[in-house]
Design a protein around this ligand. Structure first.
Ligand code: MOS
Length: 749
């Protein structure tokens, strides 16, 4: 597969924010972090640092001309701490100097005096103290209380999943350049250009039109730059605004890992009731989300947790409740899956537990309760697809789930010190922002007089291939080659009021907008030909760069057509807006139709556990995934494989460790283990055939987040292998990740 920027990437020639040639006189900024997790901010002494060579200024909260506020959903996050500090690493001051070295050298000379206050790091403790953010929410279907007495088998337990570092290759960065009108142009490594624009305007007391945000491309984001890129851009903007000089901020890896938010850790209680033959009748779950010190996106992420409480299963009686709990860790944030993986981990824990109680393989319960068309979900929407069962059956047809099971069992009978485990992991993920207003996008298309095409949208290219998909949409709509179409940077002055590139929705939303904009230009061109030649409009088309009548070329190429249309003063640019139709959700009832559709698939994961060393190995992952009519199969394949590996990492080796004072200890790749090339299992991905998603763009389904959750299968495959060693292994309290250390201790102690 060749990514649009592949050649730039392998040559190291692509411009990320840190690579943009800087204007002469650019200054460099280094934030000063809070040394404590919680406390009263007694004093911030800047004089010593300011006197050092090369230092131009040290800014604190008092230097902010507008509001000292960067909170997005809830206004609870100062740009620079004032009065109190709420987590270790919270920005307290900003040193600005001629060089990054000078700024960093001056940092220890900023004296930050904090009077410590008690800190809480555990979400259940925070909940017990009433430290919650937003509403305690409950989604319900049927009546669980009425159902429990009808369940011959009821089990309950607890399942906790850990956080996850995004580990994007490009760390947080921004470059702010003053404009001659008192405004700023800001290059930001963000998924949310408009959020950065709005926040800078708020912090500096400017109008949004005085702040232009430009995003060339991101070196990965995975949700970590949806809200969390904003502060760094706002700090650079503050310094540039105050000093009248360009200012650049680039965090190094350790700073980024220490100060920025990660996937939310969750602690959850569940209770599940089934018939003797494995039909799930009732499920109750309570999620305690560790939100960290500020709301950030936590309430929205909590909502997506609730939407996915029942995973891929139909359960007639459900009560799912959730609280976002405020602790003194860096604010946790969006990460691929946006709260859904944490929910799916718990329902799979409940099923594994129930399966052991019933003496059935978990896959029997999973298969039996899989969602079918028209099944009602706890949030009131009915499933509009047969895909869950189709993907499962196709996986079974291709790989023979029973024979995989038999093979593992036979291996285990023959081996005392090594055991194999197996888990099936179905995924059903709602597509759309659950915040309905965000489901809009726009596209500005220019056809230049030479026939080349430039497209600006709200979508940010972060390696996921959204640019390639949108180029294909434009090319197919206009009837030209993909190479004619160039994607411009994402820029708030060209496309305004953008939603974040998130929720797996950027290709859908911006693809539709681009289709509409290209359609306008196409219609004008066709209309001009109709007027000139007198052809019936409905016979006219553009295919393979030729104007056609009834499918046959008429001897007019795209280039000639465009040059001719330009000479006739026909407008060759168009702007279009798209809003996903049919979405609604009533938060007072917690019912509605929040999603345009569901992205669906099933994986089977095989693992081997070495009982002497305690080391688990994921051997293979076989997947059938529904992408509808794929817009670009190699891009989709890359997304499925990458998301899977990221999910496997979350479940098996990536573990955040904090000191007793709430400082992260796993602040780099030497202490935080991500999957490496040796951990990559054999992966076989098949796309479901004969699938179509009419509401998707050109029949496609979006792909970014859903395959992440196949990684949960890795956890349960390891669990399955461990149960082959220890059939009585207790299941009432499961914790992720299932690291080598945990596996070792489970077998040895
Ligand atoms: Mo994504 S986790 O919706 O930024």
């Amino acid at each position: 597969m060749k990514h649009d920027d592949a050649l730039l990437h392998v040559r190291g020639a692509g411009h990320f924010v840190r690579d943009i040639p800087v204007p002469r006189g650019t200054l460099h900024a280094a934030p000063v972090p809070s040394p404590a997790a919680h406390g009263k901010l007694r004093a911030v002494e800047t004089a010593k640092a300011e006197a050092l060579p090369g230092v131009r200024a040290v800014f604190t909260a008092a230097d902010i001309p507008g509001q000292n506020q960067v909170g997005n959903i809830v206004p609870d996050e100062p740009l620079l701490a004032s009065g109190e500090v709420h987590y270790a690493g919270q920005p307290v001051a900003l040193v600005v100097a001629d060089s990054l070295d000078a700024a960093r050298r001056a940092r220890p000379f900023v004296e930050v005096e904090v009077e410590p206050l008690p800190a809480v790091f555990d979400p259940r403790q925070a909940f017990a103290r009433g430290e919650t953010i937003g509403l305690f929410r409950t989604f319900a279907l049927g009546d669980v209380e009425e159902a429990w007495p009808r369940c011959p088998v009821v089990v309950s337990g607890r399942a906790d999943s850990g956080g996850q570092e995004h580990m994007y290759l490009e760390t947080q960065s921004a470059l702010a350049v003053p404009r001659d009108d008192g405004g700023l142009k800001v290059f930001s490594a963000t998924q949310s250009p408009t959020l950065v624009q709005r926040t800078i305007a708020r912090v500096l007391g400017l109008a949004m039109h005085q702040v232009e945000v430009d995003v060339p491309r991101l070196g990965g984001a995975f949700g970590g730059k949806e809200d969390q890129a904003t502060s760094w851009a706002a700090l650079a903007a503050l310094a540039a605004f105050r000093l009248g000089r360009p200012v650049k901020i680039v965090l190094d890896r350790r700073e980024d890992a220490s100060w920025t938010g990660k996937r939310h850790p969750y602690s959850s209680d569940y209770k599940i009731g089934l018939t003797g033959d494995g039909r799930i009748l009732a499920y109750e779950v309570r999620f305690y989300q560790n939100a960290g010190a500020c709301a950030d996106l936590s309430p929205a992420i909590l909502e997506r947790t609730l939407f996915h409480a029942t995973g891929s299963y139909f359960i007639p009686n459900v009560r799912a409740s959730a609280a976002s709990c405020r602790t003194h860790l860096p604010p946790f944030t969006a990460f691929r899956g946006f709260g859904a993986p944490q929910a799916m981990f718990v329902i799979e824990a409940a099923i594994a537990h129930a399966a052991a109680a019933l003496g059935l393989p978990p896959a029997d319960i999973q298969r039996r309760n899989l969602l079918r068309r028209d099944d009602e979900l706890p949030y009131g929407m009915r499933l509009e697809s047969d895909s869950p069962a189709r993907c499962w059956e196709e996986l079974d047809r291709r790989h023979g789930l029973a024979s995989l099971r038999a093979r593992a069992d036979a291996f285990n009978r023959g081996h005392a010190l090594t055991k194999k485990g197996l888990a099936v992991m179905p995924v059903c993920f709602g597509i759309s922002f659950t915040t309905t207003l965000l489901n809009q996008a726009a596209s500005l298309v220019h056809v230049y007089a030479d026939g080349s095409v430039g497209v600006s949208t709200a979508a940010v290219e972060m390696g996921q291939g959204v640019n390639r998909k949108i180029r294909r949409v434009a090319a197919r709509t206009l009837g030209v080659e993909v190479d004619r179409v160039r994607m411009e940077s994402t820029n708030t002055a060209r496309v305004a009021n953008t939603s974040p590139t998130a929720a797996s929705s950027a290709a859908d939303l911006n693809g539709h907008a681009t289709r509409l904009a290209c359609g306008q230009i196409l219609n004008r061109l066709k209309q001009a030909v109709v007027e000139e030649r007198g052809f019936p409009a409905d016979e006219l088309g553009i295919e393979n760069e030729e104007v056609t009548r009834a499918g046959r070329p008429i001897g007019l190429t795209w280039e000639k057509l465009v040059a001719w249309a330009y000479a006739r003063r026909i407008p060759l640019s168009a702007y279009a807006h798209y809003a996903t139709p049919g979405l609604h959700f009533d938060k007072t009832k917690e019912k509605g139709r929040p999603f345009a559709y569901h992205a669906v698939g099933t994986a089977v994961v095989e693992a081997t556990v070495d009982g002497l060393r305690g080391t688990p190995k994921i051997d293979s992952v076989k997947i059938v995934h529904d992408v509808g009519r794929s817009l670009d199969p190699p891009t989709d394949l890359g997304q499925v494989e990458g998301a899977l590996l990221q999910g496997v990492g979350w479940m098996t080796c990536e573990e955040l460790v904090y000191s007793a004072e709430g400082k992260i200890l796993t602040d780099g790749l030497s202490t935080y283990k991500v999957p490496d090339i040796g951990d990559i299992p054999e992966v076989a991905v098949a796309f479901l055939e004969d699938s179509d998603q009419p509401s998707g763009i050109l029949g496609s389904k979006t792909v970014g987040e859903p395959p992440f959750m196949y990684g949960i299968g890795a956890y349960y495959a390891i669990l399955d292998a461990l149960r082959a060693f220890r059939p009585g292994l207790p299941l009432a309290f499961l914790q992720a990740p299932w690291t080598a250390e945990r596996t070792f201790r489970t077998l040895r102690f």
